[in-house]
Design a protein. Structure first.
Length: 199
């Protein structure tokens, strides 16, 4: 699996910039930027989407002490998983997250969530491409001294996201169709494969 240095160099290669050699400890200004901000970029990209490889499921059990009921009678309190970045909140669920805890009116929660991952766990090439493109976008002006190249870097980032979406590397949240559903060819094609391409 790629290291921080591998991902950063992949991103810098996308903008024709020099490679970084030392990130532990960093020496050049560009190395300092990559070493100092890489974890933030990675966490941000993980949290933005429901990446399949970073999605986890667990059952939370209520803590022994009950809490005073809120207006929705959520009297049970739950610890959040230690590797949680953000919960995936399904429609019509009853739990809420406040601070470091979950609260619910029931004593168990079936939780789907996006988890933090180590570089060694980054198994999806699509995510690595997106993260490398993010590095390129964040470093382009410092690395190339060319503001104009930022537009190209943004395009590279969007292309990486489009590819990841087409390959189902992350899950899109469900949405309600409005108006004439036959106008939404992608949704109709997904629900009715026999109609795909015929609209």
């Amino acid at each position: 699996m790629p290291t921080m240095k591998d991902v950063c160099n992949q991103g810098l290669g996308k903008i024709g910039a020099s490679r970084v050699n030392n990130l532990t400890p960093p020496i050049s200004v560009l190395e300092v930027k990559c070493a100092g901000e890489y974890q933030q970029w990675k966490t941000s990209e993980l949290k933005k989407r429901r990446w399949v490889f970073a999605t986890a499921f667990t059952m939370l059990e209520a803590l022994p002490d009950q809490v005073p009921p809120d207006p929705q009678w959520r009297t049970y309190k739950f610890n959040k998983p230690g590797d949680l970045l953000r919960p995936v909140r399904p429609a019509n669920c009853t739990w809420v997250m406040r601070g470091e805890f979950f609260y619910d009116r029931y004593n168990t929660i079936q939780l789907e969530y996006i988890r933090t991952v180590e570089d060694s766990e980054m198994t999806d090439p699509c995510f690595i491409d997106v993260l490398a493109a993010r590095v390129a976008m964040e470093c382009v002006e410092l690395a190339t001294q060319s503001p104009g190249k930022r537009v190209n870097a943004i395009g590279t980032y969007k292309d990486a996201l489009d590819t990841a979406s087409r390959l189902n590397a992350f899950v899109l949240d469900p949405h309600q169709l409005q108006g004439d559903e036959m106008g939404y060819t992608w949704d109709i094609g997904r629900l009715n494969p026999d109609l795909s391409g015929s609209l």
